[in-house]
Design a binder for this molecule. Structure first.
Ligand code: HEM
Ligand code: NAG
Ligand code: NAG
Ligand code: NAG
Length: 511
């Protein structure tokens, strides 16, 4: 918790001056959100308001933008409830009369005092909009066709797609976030009661931040949610090294979005959801078996270094580009320093960005997904706001001892991946297809970097666990290749949704 006491007091004062609650609801005394030191803080309500009203930002309406879009990977617990619409007329009327008032705004999440007991967001697939007879084009063909139609381009193996996502049956998703499962379950019961038989459940996925000192870390053990774009009109305090993007890269119909959208959609965002299983014991074994041999480091340090160079960050979150040989938890915990790098080192005499990967491999996950100075400038239009959460239990002793993930479905673990962007084509889809899955990216290197070691696939037709060749991981010999004979991440499918502005829930979508 890094909100200053003063900002809370001011927040409360502003709140009580502005808000005239419709009804007195129970209020929170502790946050729905995690805030590990390594992750950027959310803006205070006042800072966000100042940022949003600045004319250059075309006035983002943070009371109309759904709360999940801009806050990142900070939920304590989150349930994804995927549904189909059975009775459009009833659904529309309940959406406007009851559901809309449950949907949590961006502003509400920024201060504990305004957070609901359980935050609720809702998003629709194209077939969901169709079911509501909303046929206006949102100007995004990948959304219109759905993610199942995109699976080959993404490199997915079709047989790994679970039945619920295989096709276009999912009409929408309700996202429920809180600090306890009980809160979530009772809000879900309330919503199901409101919507009755106008919807049917297709599936659900329950996520949670990991326990204890792993809070904020994904299942392989690395701190996540550190590097997020700063959004003009929301982020007042841009951190050193943070990419600053126009709101239109994340929110449709706002400054910088070049798509053609219906007026009612402004302030909405496309939500790319993926259910990504992580094979943690297999990953750990691979890392142990490929420990580096850098002089001066012991066995454990050489093991950790290999893993860190696969990701581009140490488990603490410290970037290898700034701390190339050993973890640095103090650096990791400082958001003013932990994202302040470009992969270039002009201060090192003779350093050549084009071919020197001594500090960070070209193949590292964070470099394949965000090449920074490698492409000359930050203004790539290929930014996403990540808002996922880990799902599934911790590794069991028996999985750990056998180096194998259990096949028991109740022990499956991974990342409920969520990315928000104004264009799936330029955001998630581009990243996965053109950067992650392209062995030659970052382009023009003597040894191809290889596909992303975490999430890259050679092609949708290569069977799982076909060896993937990466390079650059050994700082002593960048040309040395490693053959990844296990795919540590399995895509079980997903869907493309549109998270509309809240006004549309009683406007266009209910009409
Ligand atoms: C199970 C799957 C995944 C795991 C375990 C994972 C893990 C991580 C970790 C540990 C980081 C570093 C923390 C940070 O900088 O915030 C990171 C960053 C990132 N990941 Fe992933 N990730 C996964 C899937 C994806 C996917 C599917 C994409 C998009 C196609 C993606 C895009 C990114 C981006 C854009 C960053 C930030 C890079 C930067 O700005 O430096 N990740 N991921
Ligand atoms: C960020 O990095 C730049 C360039 O290396 C450096 O000059 C600056 O002092 C760093 N900022 C912080 C807060 O460490
Ligand atoms: C590559 O970069 C490292 C660290 O920045 C530096 O020590 C090394 O001299 C560079 N290598 C070459 C060949 O310039
Ligand atoms: C698990 O992997 C580690 C690292 O390779 C190895 O030392 C250990 O013997 C393996 N255990 C089993 C049961 O295979």
């Amino acid at each position: 918790m890094k909100l200053s006491y003063l900002s809370i007091i001011i927040g409360l004062a502003v709140q009580s001056a502005l808000a005239v609650p419709k009804q007195v609801k129970p209020r929170r005394t502790s946050s729905i959100l995690i805030n590990p030191d390594a992750q950027p803080d959310l803006p205070s309500p006042q800072a966000a308001r100042l940022s949003a009203v600045s004319p250059a930002n075309a006035g983002l309406n943070l009371n109309d933008i759904q709360g999940d879009i801009l806050i990142g990977m900070k939920k304590k617990k989150e349930l994804f409830f995927f549904f189909g619409i059975k009775d459009a007329a009833t659904f529309k009327s309940k959406l406007a009369s009851d559901i809309k008032s449950l949907v949590t705004t961006t502003n509400q999440l920024l201060s504990v005092s305004t957070q609901p007991i359980t935050a609720v967001n809702i998003a629709f697939s194209q077939t969901g909009l169709n079911a509501l007879s909303v046929t206006d084009s949102l100007g995004e063909s990948l959304f219109a066709a759905g993610q199942f139609a995109d699976r080959t381009a993404l490199g997915d193996v079709t047989s790994n797609w679970v039945p619920e996502f295989s096709g276009t049956n999912v009409h929408g998703v309700i996202l429920l976030a809180s600090d306890t499962d009980d809160n979530i379950q009772s809000e879900l019961a309330n919503i199901k009661n409101i919507l009755g038989s106008s919807i049917t459940e297709i599936s659900r996925l329950s996520g949670a931040s990991r326990p204890g000192d792993q809070e904020g870390h994904e299942h392989f053990g690395y701190m996540d949610g550190i590097s997020q774009p700063a959004v003009q009109g929301f982020t007042q305090n841009v951190l050193p090294g943070q990419a600053l993007v126009s709101p239109g890269e994340i929110l449709v119909g706002t400054t910088g979005d070049s798509g053609t959208r219906p007026t009612w959609a402004a302030g909405g965002s496309f939500l790319a959801f993926r259910k990504m299983q992580q094979k943690v014991p297999e990953f750990n074994k691979y890392v142990i078996d490929h420990a580096l041999s850098v002089p001066g480091l012991n066995q454990q340090e050489n093991t950790d270094l290999f893993g860190a160079r696969v990701i581009g960050r140490w488990k603490s979150g410290a970037p290898v580009d700034l701390s190339p040989l050993r973890d640095d938890p103090v650096l990791a915990a400082d958001p003013n320093r932990n994202n302040n790098f470009t992969f270039d080192h002009p201060d090192v005499p003779g350093f050549n960005l084009a071919n020197n990967q001594t500090d960070c491999p070209f193949s590292a996950h964070i470099r394949k997904t965000h090449p920074r100075k490698d492409l000359g400038s930050e203004a790539t239009l290929h930014h996403i706001m990540r808002a996922g959460i880990p799902y599934g239990p911790e590794v069991t002793d028996s999985e750990h001892a056998s180096n194998k993930s259990s096949t028991d479905p109740s022990l499956e673990r991974g990342l409920a991946f969520v990315a928000y962007q104004s264009s799936i084509q330029n955001g998630f889809h581009f990243m996965q297809q053109t950067w992650v899955n392209n062995a030659n990216f970052i382009f023009g290197k003597p040894t191809p970097p290889g596909v992303d070691p975490i999430i890259g696939r050679v092609s949708s037709t290569t069977p799982m666990d076909t060896p993937r060749i990466i390079s650059g991981t050994n700082p002593l010999n960048g040309a040395q290749t490693f053959s990844l004979d296990v795919e540590f991440v399995i895509n079980h499918g997903g869907e493309y949704f549109f998270s509309p502005p809240i006004s549309a829930l009683s406007g266009r979508l209910a009409a």
